[in-house]
Each structure stands twice: as C-alpha cells, then as structure tokens.
Design a protein around this ligand. Structure first.
Ligand SMILES: Nc1ncnc2c1ncn2[C@@H]1O[C@H](COP(=O)(O)OP(=O)(O)OP(=O)(O)O)[C@@H](O)[C@H]1O
Ligand SMILES: [Mg+2]
Length: 525
C-alpha cells in the first residue's frame, strides 16, 4: 500500500479549490437526496466531478458477482480491471499512479466499487477529501441499489417459476379431450380450456376470461344456468347430467359434470365444469343393450318355437287332408259352399306365414354351426342381386352398384347369412320406395380394422322418423300392414352382422330416404 499523502498546507489557490469542492459536494448531496433514479444522478455526479477537478476521465466501477465492471462515466477508457484492483488505494491516498486516482467505495467492510479519475496533475488535499466524502455518500446508495437489483432478480426468477407452473397447469387442462371451464362466485369465467375454444360454438380464451358465464353461453337460458351453478355452490356436491346438442352440426350427446372447488377450508369458491362427448360411448351402450335384448328374445324364442312348431305341423297336415277330402267329395258330386276352397287357402297361407316367423326366430336363437370361410363382400352383394332379379316387384327398380374391387375378405364368414342380410335390406328399400326409384349399393374400404369393409344400401324411400330410429332393430317392430312384414328382418340382420364381428348402422331423413350401412372386419384379399 502506498504511503498516505500528507495534506498540502492551505494556500489561496487551495482555498478556492476547497470552496469549490465543498460547493460541489453540497450540490451533489442535494442531487442524490432528491434523485429518484440513481442511474441518471450518478451520470450527472460524475460529469460534475470530472468538470470540477478538470479530469479527462471520471468513472464509477462496481464490484459485481461476475467481477469488477465499469458502471458509469465517460472518458478514454484508460482503466482496466487490473488498474482498479492494483490502484485501489487507501481512502486518503489518491495520488498514485500519478495521473490515475482510484478512490474505493466501501460500506463497513464491503467493497462496493471505486471512483476512478484520470488527471494530468496530482489531486490537492481538498479534492481528495471531496472524492472521499463523495465515495462515502455514494456507498449506502450503491448498497441500496444493489439490494434492489438482487430483489429484482429474485422477483423475476420467482415470477418465471410461477409462470412456468401456470403454463404447465394450462397445458394439462388444454391437453384434456374435454371442454373445461371454471367460474367464481360472481359467475365470472376464470379458466377456459383449448377444447372450449374450438368447434362451431367455440369462444376464444381472451374473450371468455373475466366475462360472466351468462354472457358467453348466451344460447342457454340464464335462469337455468344460474340454478345449476347455485346448486353446486350451495350444496357443495358434484352434479352430473347428459345433454343433447346439435351445435357441432350433428346430434351429439355430452356428459356434463359440475365439480365444486374450494380455495380455502370455507365454502365453495369456484365451480369446475367439464363437458365430455359421450356419443360413441352411448351408441356402444345402446348396441350392447340391443344385443342383450336380442339374446333374451333368442332364448325365449327357442323355448316357445318347439311348442308352436308342433301344432303348426298338425294344422298344416289337417288342412292338407281336408283338401284331399274336399277333392274326393267334389269328385263324388257333392256341392260344397263356394268359400270352402278360400277358407282352406287362407288356413294354408296363414300356417305358412306362422312357419316363416318361427323359422326367422329360430334362425337367431339357434347356435350357428354354419360354414365359416373368407368371403368377398362384393360377391355377396352380387349374389343377392342375382337372386332378387327374379323378384317381380324388384324389376321396376333401378339398382346402381359401385363396388370397390380392392375390398378385402371378411374372415370366418357365412356367405348364406350375409346374402340374407343384403336381401333383407334391399327388400326393405323396395318396400320404402313403393316399387319405384333408385337403390344404390356402394362398397368401399373402411379405415378401421373392425370396419375394413363398408357396404351401404341407399334408398330414396319414405325414410324413418328420428323417434323411430331406435326401434327398427327391435324384433317384431314393423310399420308394414298386417300380413306384410314380421318386423324380424332387421333384427336378424343385426344379429348376423354382429356375429361376423361387424356393425349395422342407419341414417335416415324422413321423406328423403335411408342409408343402411354394414361395417365388417376384413383381412386383405
Ligand atoms: N329402408 C327403409 N326405409 C324406411 N323404413 C325402413 C327401411 N328399412 C326398415 N324400415 C322400417 O323398419 C321396420 C322394421 O324393418 P324390418 O325389416 O325389421 O321389418 P319389416 O320389414 O317390417 O318386416 P320383415 O322384414 O319381416 O318383412 C320396417 O317396418 C320399416 O318401418
Ligand atoms: Mg324387412
């Protein structure tokens, strides 16, 4: 360490310097006291000090976690970190090297930085005092600024952490295949996930957040909405219900769940609403219950069929012998009532009809031990058409086929049964069109393993009312007049297609026509 330079004796020149130094110091203290922004006042201070002392460089260096760095000040950039380190001289020894003066800024035993000046002369004692005093004034300010900066860094890192957490939670709720939103006690939307932004009635998050649910879901009656939410707020219990919606353009079923949420231990503060599209699930359930119903009918039918078959056979045999007797009587000259033959005909026809119903029922009650082979669906369609060609009523229809030659083969299939399916569908189409019109049969490849082959029978008939669509696959459901339909056709088709691992679907518009779609699993041909 260099020796402390003794203060020079007071001379008139140094008097005026001392006065100027004091005045400058007072000015700088006032500046600092009134300054809000330390940064700009330090710039000004360095300018003033530089000008007062005639220094051609005046800078403030700072100790930072990453080492010494020049904080403020203008000049030639003469100083290096090594200068500051080497030149850090004791508070009262500011003279060396001759034209570089470095005054440390210290608070307690912490070195905060240094004032560095480049002069062409040695500093006078008063000037040294001025710099030392200035360093002492600046020390607490810099310490304070440093603390603020640390706090700022801490706040920034905490904010980042919170933001990361928020984004993570947002990502989770956005990735859910469900619509989700959260409202507070004032019915204001606090959260609105991605799924709620999409679709025909989607509302963007920016638009939804902060608005009341009544403003956003304005299509729903607000009194009803309010009641539903109030229920959850007051009871604290979860509510669940299903609703139908055609907002996406087609009828879909949603399961809505309202879940109470509490921020503290007290009452419910928020309600989370989740909307899940359960259309496919519901359809699967319906198919399942349909299958169960068919199985039950099958068992019932199997039991009853034997009981009915025997008396039917007896009636048929009796009618036949009666016929022979009548013939004999007529041959022997007996004149019988003219209706006798008609009555006999009616008995025979009706017995025949009963037998058809019985056979139909037995068909799906009997465990099938039919032949299983790989069957090409196109060939089945063509065979069905070949058989139907001979049907009188069918001759009046035009039948268009559009068969995809690359369709795969249905494994473990029974061609006879599949012919029966298409036959029943085509006969229904014919009935629906009153013998005239155009039926289209289209086969194409599906994109799922359990529905690799799709065959559609499209008619331009009277169609089926939406309310009736659920019933048409039920056994004995028919809208055809007495003697015209048993109502078993579609339920048998349903059973056969299901047995082949496929599905039977229908779409229909009343007054325009229907499409029956058979979906079957395939293996590549
Ligand atoms: N293509 C169609 N267009 C309009 N309605 C149809 C069509 N196919 C079926 N239906 C309706 O579904 C009902 C049930 O059909 P299903 O084939 O099971 O019995 P059915 O045709 O009445 O009698 P069956 O098939 O024993 O002769 C029909 O009575 C009819 O109301
Ligand atoms: Mg039918």
């Amino acid at each position: 360490m260099r020796p402390v330079t003794p203060l020079s004796p007071t001379t008139p020149a140094s008097d005026s310097r001392a006065a100027r130094a004091l005045a400058t110091l007072a000015e700088l203290s006032a500046e600092l006291a009134s300054a809000r922004a330390l940064e700009t006042s330090i710039e000004r201070i360095l300018e003033t000090v530089g000008a007062t002392l005639g220094a051609d460089e005046c800078a403030l260096w700072l100790h930072t976690p990453s080492g010494l760095r020049r904080g403020w000040g203008a000049g030639l950039g003469t100083f290096t970190e090594a200068h500051i380190r080497a030149g850090l001289i004791s508070v009262d020894a500011v003279d060396a090297p001759r034209d570089l003066a470095v005054v440390p800024i210290v608070l307690g035993n912490r070195r905060l930085g240094a004032l560095a000046l480049r002069l062409v002369r040695t500093l006078a004692a008063e000037e040294q005092l001025l710099l030392t005093a200035l360093a002492n004034i600046l020390a607490p300010e810099l310490a304070h600024a440093e603390r603020s900066r640390q706090l700022e860094v801490e706040v920034a890192s905490r904010t980042q952490e919170i933001e990361r957490g928020r984004r993570f939670t947002e990502k989770i709720i956005d990735s859910l295949p469900l619509g989700l939103y959260v409202i507070d006690r004032e019915f204001r939307i606090q959260s609105w996930n991605r799924k709620r932004e999409t679709g025909m009635q989607g509302v963007s998050r920016e638009e939804a957040i902060g608005r009341t649910i009544f403003e956003i879901l304005h299509r729903q009656p607000s009194a009803m909405l309010r009641r539903e939410f109030e229920d959850v707020f007051s009871s604290g219990r979860m509510q669940e219900y299903q609703m139908e919606s055609i907002s996406s353009g087609e009828a879909r079923t949603y399961r809505i769940t309202k879940i109470p949420m509490r921020l503290g231990d007290g009452p419910v503060t928020h309600v989370i609403t989740i909307g899940e599209d359960v259309t496919d699930w519901k359809e699967a359930q319906e198919r399942f219950s349909q299958a169960e119903k068919l199985a039950a009918i099958g068992q019932l039918a199997a039991g009853v069929m034997h009981e009915i078959n025997n008396p039917l056979a007896t009636i048929a045999a009796c009618a036949e012998s009666l016929g022979y007797r009548i013939d004999d009587l007529e041959k022997s000259g007996v004149t019988l009532a003219p209706e006798t033959h008609d009555f006999l005909g009616i008995i025979e026809n009706e017995v025949q009809r009963c037998k058809q119903i019985v056979d139909g029922l037995l068909d799906f009650s009997r465990p099938k031990q039919s032949r299983k082979e790989r069957v090409n669906v196109n060939e089945v369609v063509e065979r069905t058409l070949f058989l139907l060609k001979h049907h009188v009523r069918f001759k009046k229809l035009t039948v268009e086929t559009e068969l995809d030659a690359l369709i795969g083969r249905v494994p473990h299939a029974n061609a006879e049964q599949l012919v029966q399916v298409f036959m029943a569908l085509l006969l229904n189409a014919m009935d629906a069109m009153g013998d005239r019109g155009n039926v289209r049969i289209v086969s194409r490849r599906g994109d799922r393993p359990d529905a690799g082959a799709i065959v559609e029978v499209v008619d331009q008939g009277h169609g089926i009312a939406r309310s009736e669509l659920g019933k048409i696959f039920e056994p004995f459901y028919t809208t055809k007049g007495a003697g015209k339909g048993t109502g078993l056709g579609l339920s048998i088709c349903y059973g056969i297609v299901q047995e082949h691992g496929g599905r039977l679907e229908v779409e229909s518009v009343l007054g325009e026509g229907s499409t029956f779609r058979v979906l079957l699993p395939v293996v590549e041909s």
